[in-house]
Design a protein around this ligand. Structure first.
Ligand code: PHE
Length: 356
């Protein structure tokens, strides 16, 4: 793992805030990648890393993806990410106290960074952080927030899957299609319900086999063992759990026509996108298709949108994806490169008015 100064030297973000939290034996990293279009927004990930530098590197990468995600979604926010690198995922009072200190750190940044939930953090954690700072999205409805964004995220992915089906097969009809969902958590299970509800056959994989079985039973699908994803045939493979699932190796092996899921940072290496393209597999760039949570939370909590306006914005994810697919064909590049080009274009256009 490279040293901190090397990581910072190579990163193109604005600022990294570091706090060593001895009381919880944790490292806190807040990466403000860009405030070009507004304050930096992005979730807080709590995770055990091999080293603290790995946590910083994760925050850097994820914050850059947030900049592109929020720009492509045309929200008035830049990109950021918080990582709490712990030696053990804390619970109870220790967790509360850590989140309070984290909230104080966010508050001290005066709104430059605004958090929400991510891996291993949820609505209750946002409520706790919200006891120390106003710069938090996704508190529970009881605490005045719009709650867990898993459902709008899944709905956005579902719109993206339909747009991808249209692109690949000339029809967005789910009937007769097989959708392989990796991850039976909040987003994956809801996506399974949407796809199953429109007639798709759902196959579901999770490291927790019991959780996968419960979702499969609910939607009339079947379970694929978590280590058999590469062998499973499907029209759509929807990664909705860990990142880094697309490597040159897996991209050469996957047996699907479309990759379209909610996980962040799906590409372990950019070449994987070129391999998918060469194999005729349509890849829905992660940060385009998974923007539904950000769209719903920012829309409802900050922009005063109605439910109907949120629904319309979620449906636009499909439209944006189709524009990405068109651009990929015109430029003869991978869909990932086409999405980056769209993000760059939005980032070099005049910034939207400051509303936050
Ligand atoms: N944490 C979610 C994401 O990474 C949603 C979100 C982002 C909410 C930014 C508000 C602001 O997309």
């Amino acid at each position: 793992m490279p040293a901190y100064e090397e990581l910072l030297e190579r990163w193109d973000g604005e600022a990294a805030i570091v706090r060593r939290d001895r009381a919880a034996d944790a490292w806190i990293f807040i990466c403000v990648h860009s405030t070009r279009r507004g304050p930096a927004g992005g979730g807080t990930r709590m995770k055990v890393y091999a080293s603290a530098a790995d946590g910083l590197q994760d925050a850097m990468r994820l914050s850059a993806a947030m900049t592109r995600k929020l720009a492509v979604a045309e929200l008035p926010l830049g990109g950021g990410k918080g990582v709490i690198a712990v030696s053990d995922i804390p619970a109870g009072q220790g967790r509360r106290a850590l989140l309070h200190r984290y909230g104080e750190l966010i508050e001290s940044l005066g709104g430059t960074y605004r958090t929400s939930s991510d891996m291993n953090t949820g609505e209750e954690d946002m409520d706790v952080i919200g006891e120390r700072t106003r710069y938090v999205f996704g508190r529970s409805p009881a605490a005045g927030g719009a709650g867990n964004p898993a459902d709008p995220t899944a709905l956005g992915v579902f719109h993206g899957i339909r747009a991808s089906l249209s692109e690949a097969f000339g029809s967005d009809d789910l009937r007769g299609r097989t959708v392989l969902v990796q991850g039976a958590g909040g987003v994956g299970s809801q996506l399974a319900v949407y796809a199953g509800g429109k007639g798709a056959f759902v196959r579901i994989a999770d490291v927790d086999a019991e959780r996968a079985r419960a979702v499969a039973a609910r939607v009339g699908g079947d379970v694929v063992p978590a280590d058999r994803i590469l062998e499973a045939e499907a029209d759509v493979y929807a990664p909705c759990a860990i990142g880094g699932v697309l490597t040159p190796d897996t991209a050469s092996q996957l047996r699907c026509r479309i990759v379209a899921g909610s996980a962040n940072n799906q590409l372990a290496e950019p070449e994987a996108a070129d391999i998918l393209r060469a194999r005729g597999i349509l890849y829905a760039p992660d940060y385009v298709i998974n923007a539904g949570g950000a769209i719903a939370l920012v829309g409802l909590e900050q922009l005063g949108w109605s439910e109907a306006e949120v629904e319309a914005a979620l449906a636009r994810i499909g439209v944006t994806l189709q524009a990405v697919y068109r651009r990929s064909e015109e430029l003869g590049v991978s869909t990932a490169a086409a999405a980056d080009a769209l993000a760059d274009e939005r980032l070099s256009a005049p910034a939207p008015p400051r509303v936050l």
